[in-house]
Design a protein around this ligand. Sequence first.
Ligand code: CA
Length: 229
Amino acid sequence: MSRILIIEDEESIAELEKDYLELSQFEVDIENSGDVGLSRALKEDFDLIILDLMLPGVDGFEVCRQIREIKNTPIIMVSAKKEDIDKIRGLGMGADDYMTKPFSPSELVARVKAHLARYKRLVGADEHRNQWIEIRGLKIDKTARRVFVNDEEKNFTTKEFDLLTFLAEHPNHVYTKEELFREIWEMESVGDIATVTVHIKKIREKIETDTSNPQYIETIWGVGYRFKV
Ligand code: CA
């Protein structure tokens, strides 16, 4: 169930909004002052906030600004004055929507539902975004298995990609050639640990500007390799 916070000093309006939202199965809390509303909005996890502009204590402008410094919770700002709505739109306060009072409660419910759906899509999209490793000019897109050096794409074989990614994901850790071979080639019988040396050399040719003085994969003599950050 989505939780909604109404910050509104006119109790009759707040109660009306609450009744309609509860009919649509939302869980609704009301705060009548800007400062208490703000502290609850920051401390608790509401899914959406309906924020009145003119409030005693801290006004809606300031409440909106302070929430936005920390959270992306959707905010619908309401005001009795159309001029105020025009003004806050122009200021780019970071509110997601604006409504002029009086508005029909069903219009409010419709907008609340639309913003909740939109917010869930955005958060969901975030979770599915490609996973990147970025170290100085080197960018590894783990999802698409692509490598970029100073924004120029380099072609990697499967094993080169696996080896580079493994090292980059464990920075400053020294691995022996045996460990790397086991990690990347697993149970494959082909090849031996010299394969690791060959692959490191090929990777360096692609990502280093000076292979005799590598900036990413460092050779630890007599031990193995380490990815430097
Ligand atoms: Ca008010």
